[in-house]
Design a binder for this molecule. Structure first.
Ligand code: GTP
Ligand code: MG
Length: 200
């Protein structure tokens, strides 16, 4: 799929303040600093579209970006950042879960996981929650440029094994690097296929 146009729409603190529009949307979630905003920039070929930062906790609102005037990419705040107050954690959790559970036009959640790390409980818990909430999701491994190709596939295989301890089937899995623009067409083709099915 070709991205002809990508524009920031708005930032919302709650799902009720998200764009009043029923176009399909695709959201990115995962631990703070995993590379959600960077992935959106990589997919849209625009380094400045979503704000990124080397320090975790950069994205704090629900950010909508309209693509080709037809569908949205949605950047969410990360979870699991240790240096946050209880109140702040609660507020963000509500923002994220409210959006994911209530946004009817949300077609798929991309759950981002740093490919360098062993499976983290917080991510496995989030995957469990998505599954039991019946939210369609795919797993996107990020920062593949930081490891050798063989180490990447070793880690991905190990992750699948852990998932198969709980799940009968694996979700779609993508391996990406925003730095090297890897996995771009795979993720965009997946979105395009869902968009096409919606049109019937
Ligand atoms: P929050 O908004 O804080 O939750 O973080 P985020 O998940 O949006 O992460 P962000 O995109 O801001 O990236 C965090 C850091 O990781 C930045 O320093 C990025 O440059 C870096 N980063 C993101 N993706 C990649 C990647 O594919 N490769 C490498 N090497 N660095 C990456
Ligand atoms: Mg971000």
């Amino acid at each position: 799929m070709e991205i002809k146009k990508a524009e920031f729409t708005l930032s919302a603190p709650t799902v009720t303040m998200c764009p009043k529009d029923d176009k399909p949307e695709y959201a990115f979630i995962g631990r703070s600093n995993v590379g959600k905003s960077s992935l959106i920039n990589m997919l849209t070929n625009n380094r400045k579209l979503a704000k990124t930062s080397a320090t975790p906790g950069k994205t704090l609102l629900i950010n909508h970006f309209i693509i080709n005037n037809e569908w949205y990419l949605v950047d969410l705040p990360g979870y699991g950042y240790a240096r946050r107050s209880k109140k702040e954690v609660q507020k963000l959790e509500q923002m994220i879960s409210g959006y994911i559970l209530q946004r009817e036009q949300l077609m798929n959640v991309f759950l981002l996981v740093d490919v360098r790390l062993e499976p983290q409980k917080i991510d496995l818990d989030f995957i469990e929650w998505l599954g039991t909430s019946n939210i369609p999701f795919a797993i996107v491994f990020t920062k593949a440029d930081k490891l050798s190709v063989s180490k990447v596939s070793q880690n991905v295989e190990a992750y699948k094994k852990v998932l198969l301890e709980t799940w009968e089937e694996l979700p779609p899995i993508f391996i990406t690097s925003s730095e090297k623009k890897a996995g771009r067409s795979e993720v965009l083709d997946y979105i395009e296929q869902i968009n096409r099915n919606l049109k019937g």
